[in-house]
Design a protein around this ligand. Structure first.
Ligand SMILES: [Zn+2]
Length: 121
């Protein structure tokens, strides 16, 4: 969130101008503390966002790997593979298109509900 750091810099500029004319020493101390706290929070949030981005990329990679593993485990070729979502738990279902010719029902591996697959996907 780059806007956060810009907003903080702008607010600091405003506060510094205000503090120059401030008569109360206590107000100056409190405002300075709040600014330091804001800087600390902005730094932490920026760090967390960077970690989150890395984690998202990693999860996407793992998800792709898992897709390939599922296709291999169930003997589904890339060309025949279809995907759907379990209506109860939203788990991704990977199945062979051929299953549609055999009733089109699969068991969700996550919640074990039987899911009737639609031919038109
Ligand atoms: Zn399910």
């Amino acid at each position: 969130m780059s806007g956060l750091l810009e907003e903080l810099a702008y607010t600091k500029g405003l506060a510094e101008g205000l503090l120059e004319g401030a008569e109360s020493e206590a107000v100056v101390r409190v405002v300075k503390r709040l600014l330091s706290l804001s800087e600390l929070m902005a730094a932490r949030i920026t760090e967390i966002e960077a970690q989150q981005k890395k984690l998202n990329e990693y999860v996407e990679t793992v998800d792709g790997d898992l897709d390939r593993l599922e296709r291999t485990a169930y003997g589904i070729s890339e060309a025949d593979g279809r995907e759907s979502r379990c209506p109860s738990c939203k788990e991704k279902l990977v199945y062979d298109a051929d299953i549609l010719n055999r009733g089109g029902e699969v068991e969700c591996p996550a919640c074990h509900h039987n899911v009737l697959l639609e031919a038109a996907e």
